[in-house]
Design a protein around this ligand. Structure first.
Ligand code: PRX
Length: 650
């Protein structure tokens, strides 16, 4: 019988899928019976040099210690262990370069490369606890650099290669990185864009203000000319490539800092989210195994994220490699040389698990189903979604067109701060509902509550509330780098009396008790699955000499989830040149932050709506940006300006 996807409220896995699935219904029962024993069992999927004495120490809340006293080497777990177990010849990475070059790297080769890099970083004098910034496109050396850092106990801070020099500098300074690893340039739609040049610009920025960087290690990727500082700058192919491929890994404490990853908060300054080793790897590996139903040696897994985001950390590097995955890593954009690229890659490698973002699914929908239909996608057996709520229409299209109307879809809710997936269907267990993240994973505990912390009541129309995590979890953040106050204030202050983590998301419980994530409730926007704070974009706009004041909101966008809409007041001496000025301001934001933060629209206005206490009324601006009827505009001297912008959109 063929399925009519239009008419189903939920999609149960087939009996065949369920029978072979890694996770059955018993997983949740086990976790419910004894949560900590359950996590201990998950930790046992890793190799520990020394076993822990206690599963969890929550006495220092909100800073948790998981697997207390345990010692392990994260890179050994992701690489060497599989070689020692006789899988050295298994491909770890099918790497696909944007221009069409490709490389297969086995676990044995990966071990040699990581060892070489570890030996060379040691030769440079780096020691456990030092910070390393990694500013690289999606090439194998980026993964090698991450794993070499982990192997040595260096704390890595990966900075998305689309970020500007000033964003890089801010992150390098905040963490006092001793080393930056980068490339000469990166391929973007057939063109080599400089990257090393951006590092130089970052390090020379701020005039004479000294920085912490001693060396810049550069991988040659595109062959373009690069600026060079003798003594400081080093070529990877002249150093790492010649280093000894043998390196003895040393075990570190389970709570040794593994990485810092910066993410946008509600102020202009990004937060360095800190993750540690044992608990993080446990949950990254656990979730990858069960949520994607990954079978080592059989599946070909592909996560389309960039290593610059947490999804790349947990579901390209740590989770899959800890589970001995064979995975595809693709360097480029989905439409180079044309819109067939992803499906050609799926066909070429026989990809069986594909994990991407709703914004890309909606883009594929726009390009039309004739594109995927021209390919044999029958190898696909699990599809995943992450980064923002997926609208039911996109969910159904994903299942019908990409998943031949039969693959389970896992809509995974989590955050940079949670380190790994928290809420998701299990593909062999859950009857999946399009658009719902549904249930906390076994071992994870979440609630939807009101302002006061009372649980919302199932089945009520008002079952909307705030998403909280009411129990600690192994891969939880351990702090905000260098800012303990901000850590406590942002996540733990709202429900301080209960000791709950506030995620910053709104959610709804349906009458079945399934959870629907509604999106951010703070001043954080979600554009194509990227977190951008309104304050960051405002600060970039007022950085332009012509702008006196700026207010930014995220407005619903058909493709990107939210689009950035800015309202600016010009300085008295600035002439409004219309499109020319608007384009200049958009370019300024791209330059200051990244092209991903480029506003969709900028409106020049004579004033901004503010409360009596001077706070910008963003709700009103969102109504304007989305063409809705405007409520109380009494604080405005001239509401007609906003009314006009609104009317143009309605
Ligand atoms: O608002 C939620 C949204 O993305 C935020 C986390 O962003 P970031 O730290 O950049 O991590 C993205 C990748 C994990 C969340 O607070 N979000 C993420 N996944 C989902 C989601 N919203 C709804 N459904 C999801 N599956």
């Amino acid at each position: 019988m063929t399925e009519n996807p239009e008419h189903q409220a939920s999609y149960a896995p087939s009996a065949e899928f369920a029978a072979a699935a890694n996770a059955g219904a018993e997983l949740a029962e086990l976790a419910a019976a004894d949560r900590l024993a359950f996590w201990a069992e998950q930790a046992d999927r890793l190799h520990w040099e020394q076993r822990w004495t206690d599963v969890l120490d929550w006495s220092g809340a909100p800073v948790a210690r998981w697997f207390v006293g345990g010692r392990l080497n994260v890179a050994y777990n992701c690489v060497d262990r599989h070689v020692d177990d006789g899988h050295g010849e298994q491909v770890a990475i099918h790497w696909e370069g944007e221009p069409g070059d490709s490389r297969d790297i086995t676990y044995a080769e990966l071990r040699d490369e990581v060892s070489r890099a570890a030996n060379y970083l040691t030769e440079l004098g780096l020691e456990a606890g030092d910070r390393v910034a990694i500013y690289m496109p999606m090439i194998p050396e980026a993964i090698v650099a991450i794993l070499a850092s982990a192997r040595l106990g260096l704390t890595h801070s990966v900075v998305f290669a689309g970020f500007s020099p000033s964003a890089l500098r801010q992150r390098v300074d905040d963490a006092s990185a001793r080393l930056v690893i980068t490339t000469d340039g990166q391929w973007r739609r057939g063109k080599a864009a400089p990257l090393k040049e951006a590092v130089d610009e970052a390090l020379y920025a701020n005039g004479d203000v000294p920085h912490s960087v001693e060396h810049v290690l550069v991988v040659r990727r595109t062959g373009i000319e690069v600026p060079w500082t003798d003594g400081r700058d080093l070529w990877w192919h002249e150093t790492v490539a010649n280093a000894d491929p043998h390196h003895e890994p040393r075990a570190f404490d389970a709570e040794h800092p593994l990485f810092i990853l910066y993410t946008s908060g509600t102020t202009g300054k990004p937060k360095g989210i800190l993750h540690t080793s044992g608990g993080y790897l446990t949950q990254a590996a656990y979730t990858h195994h069960y949520v994607f139903d990954h079978k080592p040696g059989q599946d070909v897994y592909w996560c389309t994220a960039d290593i610059g985001w947490v999804t790349g950390h947990s579901y390209i590097v740590y989770g899959p490699l800890a589970n001995r995955a064979t995975q595809v890593v693709y360097e480029g954009t989905p439409n180079f040389p044309d819109e067939h690229r992803h499906w050609q890659i799926v066909e070429k490698y026989g990809v069986s698990i594909y994990y991407t973002a709703p914004t890309l699914i909606r883009t594929f929908m726009k390009w039309g189903r004739q594109i995927p239909d021209a390919h044999d996608l029958s190898s696909l057996r699990v599809l995943g979604s992450v980064g923002e709520p997926i609208n039911p229409e996109a969910w159904r299209w994903y299942r019908t067109v990409i998943g031949s109307g039969k693959t389970p879809i896992v809509d995974t809710w989590w955050q940079t701060e949670t380190g790994a997936i928290m809420i998701s269907p299990l593909p062999g267990v859950t009857a999946a509902k399009p658009g719902a993240a549904q249930t906390p994973l076994p071992g994870v505990s979440a609630q939807v509550v009101d302002e006061e912390g009372n649980p919302v009541v199932l089945g009520e129309t008002e079952a909307n509330g705030y998403l909280v995590l009411d129990q600690p979890w192994p891969s939880m953040l351990r702090g905000v780098w260098g800012d303990d106050e901000r850590f406590r204030e942002t996540y733990w202050a709202r429900y301080a009396d209960r000791g709950w983590y506030f995620a910053g998301d709104g959610a709804r419980l349906d009458p079945d008790g399934d959870l629907w994530v509604l999106g951010r409730v703070d001043d954080v926007m979600n554009v194509s699955g990227h977190r951008i704070s309104t304050a960051e974009v405002e600060s970039a706009l007022v950085g332009h000499s012509g702008v006196a004041e700026a207010a930014v909101v995220g407005a619903t966008d058909e493709t990107t989830g939210q689009g950035i809409v800015a309202f600016v007041i010009l300085t008295a001496t600035t002439e409004n040149t219309g499109d020319a000025l608007v384009n200049e301001l958009k370019a300024e934001v791209s330059r200051e932050i990244s092209p991903i933060a480029r506003p969709r629209e900028i409106h020049v206005v004579p004033e901004l709506p503010k409360t009596r206490s001077g706070k910008i009324m963003r709700r009103l601006l969102r109504d304007v940006a989305e063409g809705r009827e405007l409520g109380d505009t009494s604080t405005l001297v001239d509401p007609s300006v906003f009314e006009q912008i609104r009317a143009d959109k309605a």
